[in-house]
Each structure stands twice: as C-alpha cells, then as structure tokens.
Design a binder for this molecule. Structure first.
Ligand code: CTP
Length: 402
C-alpha cells in the first residue's frame, strides 16, 4: 500500500513562483492514490491556472470563500472536515504571517483556521526570497507555527528565481512528498535515542588537499529524517556534505575519521540505537603538512595510518546500543557483507553496491541479520530509509523483549 493511498488531502497553493512545483507535487500525490482537493489563493492564480490543477486532480479547484458549489456555503468547514491533512505549498511569507496570527480573510486561511486540530494535520512548505525568509518577522512567525504544531517543510537553500542565492527556496515536489509520507508514518520510535553517522570523512594531506570518497550523505540524512518522523530523538554526526540537515536533529559536523570517532564517543552513552552510515576513511595521512606541499620532480610518498573502526568500537562496548552497519561493496555483496557483520559483531548490516549507491537518489538494500537475508527493492533513498527504519524498529523491539 502506498504511503498516502486513500489519504484525503487539501493542497493549498499561495502566490509565488514556486507555485509551478505544486503541479508536480499534486501529480505525485495523485499517483500515490491520495484524494486531493486543491484550494488556490487569488495570488496563486496569477502564477498557475486552476485549470492545470483541475486537470491533474480530476476535481474543480476552489478559489473563493463564496463558491456556490459548497451546498451549505461553508466550504471552509466542509473541505477540512473531510481531510486528513492540509498542505500549503508554496506558502508565501504573507500566508505564514496570516497563519501565525490566525487571520481568516480568504478561503485557504479560513479553512486552515477552521480545521480540526485533532484530526487534520497542517503542513506548510515556505517559499520566498532569502531576505524575506531571514527577516525576524518571518522567523518569529515560523517559530510560532512550529509551537502551534504545524509542520514546516523546508525551505531549501540555493539559487532563487530573483537571482539571489540563499535560504527560502521551496523544497522540490519529491522532497515535500517524502516529508508528507513521513508525517503519516507510525511513531515507531517515540522516546528512542538514535545516533547516526553520515557522509564521507576528509583526511587532510596538507593545507589544501585531502583524501575523501564519493559518499554524498544522502542515505544517512534520509535515515535521520525517517527516524525523526518515527518519533526518535536523533543525533546526526556528519562528515562534509552539501546537504541541508534535518532541522529537528542535533547535528554535529566533523571532517576527519578521528573527529567522527570523538563525536561518537561523546554521544554513544545516551544512544539506544547506533546507525553507522558514514563512509569512514580507513586510513589517514601520517603528519599532514600545515602548508601546501610544493610540486617537485621527486616521487611523493604518503605514509597512511589506519583509522579506528568506529562501528566495531561501539559494538564492543560493555552495553552497546543496537548497532546497524552499512557495507558498500563492488562485488560479492552478500558474502563480503555477512563476513563484515560477523567481524564487527553487529546484529544488522545493510549492504549495497557502491557504484549504484554512491551519490545516487535511489538504491537497493540487502539486509543481513541472524534470520538471513531480506531485500528492500530499488526505490528512492527517502522511501528506503522509511522501510529500513521500520525494519530496525522491529528488530530493536525484539531485542528489548528478550
Ligand atoms: N566503519 C566505521 N569506521 C571505520 C570504517 C567503517 O565505523 N573506520 C563503519 C561504516 O560506517 C559502515 C561499516 O563500518 O557501517 C562498514 O564500512 P565499510 O567501509 O564498508 O567496511 P570496512 O570495515 O572499512 O571494510 P572494507 O573497507 O575492507 O570493505
């Protein structure tokens, strides 16, 4: 069953360039089998037409408080009473301000205010210029919305339609879709503390060069988000990546394997579960140079020293957390991965093929534990992360009972 199948969703669209992404989001929701009613503000209709959204949702779009199609003329009540969730994407700065203050001067703001807070979640995907996002007024409003239990999805950082670069871009439709799936996820990990390592490490050679690998951090970050969605308290220790960390995680940024090791040592005591996704460099350069090494005709020899194996160290502690390892292999996937699981003495190891996994948005995972092999077929890393979290929850719970 798809995550959002049969969920009744009101998709609110407010005025902003990102309104075009709402059409793609609508398509993804419909593909999942959700029942979607689109409501647009007047400003949204300046960016994308209701006809597009009607065609994609298969339903007439509501734009007006006084729409005569609502039999009792109370569209703001009838639309939300039937809904499991309202998602506003894009949510303009103006709309966030209205929500924070409880204004109700058009259909969308009125139905947000009129929703049943027990039965209908509200999520917003902000989209605006970076200065508007950074403005203390917007930040105050967003903090208030979070306090009111409204889910804030994004925004992302990057190039903006206005030509400036910074935070305020709406998440991509696929990212919003993944966050919405996570919102309806069962809270498998309420009260559980999960420590996650993610990304590559960077081992300096000199002041400007280093040894690293192709890990993007996408899988580890997706797992952190899925764990948060399942109710866990997440600490994410991340090597250098270009990704925005999940806002609700406690994030610690590191560069080298030694720094990652120290960070894990600091946090492991409190962890119930340790998920070691990071592609930790196995070696570091002996005595990296403070200055840039100058070119010469001579052969340059680097002496490499082995790094500590962080996962093995955690697993060997007297009362270790439930340990989940990852293995990226280029060949003999199952054999090498099972050997690794036994060598590191961990209950669960997640194996994947390095050339398919590194940097990609999708993947296939092979899970190895005492019960044998279990495959999570190819899917987006965000979806795989949710399936993996559900699997870990089941295994972890079994160890708690025994
Ligand atoms: N790992 C770790 N510390 C290291 C190396 C690896 O914690 N110094 C963890 C990784 O996060 C992963 C697991 O161990 O969960 C396996 O990592 P991988 O690089 O696949 O295996 P290695 O033990 O490094 O063995 P090899 O490189 O020979 O495959």
């Amino acid at each position: 069953m798809a995550d959002l199948q049969q969920k009744r969703i009101v998709l609110g669209v407010t005025g902003g360039i990102a309104a075009y992404k709402a059409a793609e989001l609508l398509r993804l929701l419909i593909k999942d089998g959700a029942d979607v009613q689109v409501v647009m503000t007047q400003a949204a209709c300046g960016f994308i037409t209701p006809a597009t959204m009607q065609a994609l949702s298969g339903k007439p779009v509501y734009t007006d408080m006084w729409d005569a199609r609502a039999p009792d003329n109370m569209a703001h009540i009838s639309l939300t009473r039937a809904a499991d969730m309202i998602v506003v994407a894009p949510a303009s700065a103006d709309f966030l301000a209205k929500l924070a203050q409880g204004f109700a001067d058009d259909l969308l703001s009125t139905l947000c205010l009129a929703r049943s807070r027990g039965g209908c979640r509200l999520a917003v995907a902000p989209a605006m210029n970076r200065e508007m996002w950074g403005n203390p007024a917007t930040q105050r409003n967003v903090a208030q919305l979070a306090r009111d239990g409204i889910s804030i999805l994004g925004p992302a950082s990057g190039a903006q339609a206005c030509g400036e670069v910074g935070a305020g871009r709406m998440l991509e439709a696929s990212e919003i879709h993944a966050e919405l799936c996570a919102l309806v996820e069962p809270r498998l990990f309420d009260g559980t503390r999960i420590l996650i390592t993610a990304g590559p490490t960077f081992e300096p050679i000199d002041a400007v060069r280093g040894i690293t690998n192709r890990s993007s951090g996408k899988m580890g970050y997706a797992i952190a988000r899925a764990a948060l969605a399942a109710g866990a308290e997440v600490t994410l220790i991340s090597g250098p990546t270009a990704l925005d960390p999940p806002a609700a995680a406690c994030i610690e940024r590191v560069e080298t394997a030694a720094e990652m090791y120290s960070a894990v040592q600091k946090h492991v005591e409190r962890a119930d579960i340790f998920i070691s996704v990071a592609a930790v460099a196995d070696y570091r350069v002996d005595a990296p140079r403070k200055n840039k090494i100058k070119k010469s005709e001579d052969t340059l020899t680097l002496k490499l020293l082995p790094n500590p194996d962080i996962l093995s160290w955690v697993a060997a502690r007297p009362r270790p957390p439930f340990c989940v390892g990852f293995a990226a292999e280029t060949d003999n996937l199952v054999q090498y991965a099972e050997e690794k699981r036994r060598r590191k003495k961990i209950p669960l190891l997640v194996a994947n093929l390095a050339h398919e996994a590194l940097g990609a948005d999708d993947n296939e995972l092979t899970l190895l534990d005492d019960d044998g092999i279990h495959v999570l077929p190819r899917a987006a890393k965000t979806a795989l992360a949710r399936s993996l979290i559900a699997y870990i929850a089941a295994r972890y719970r079994a160890t708690q009972k025994s």
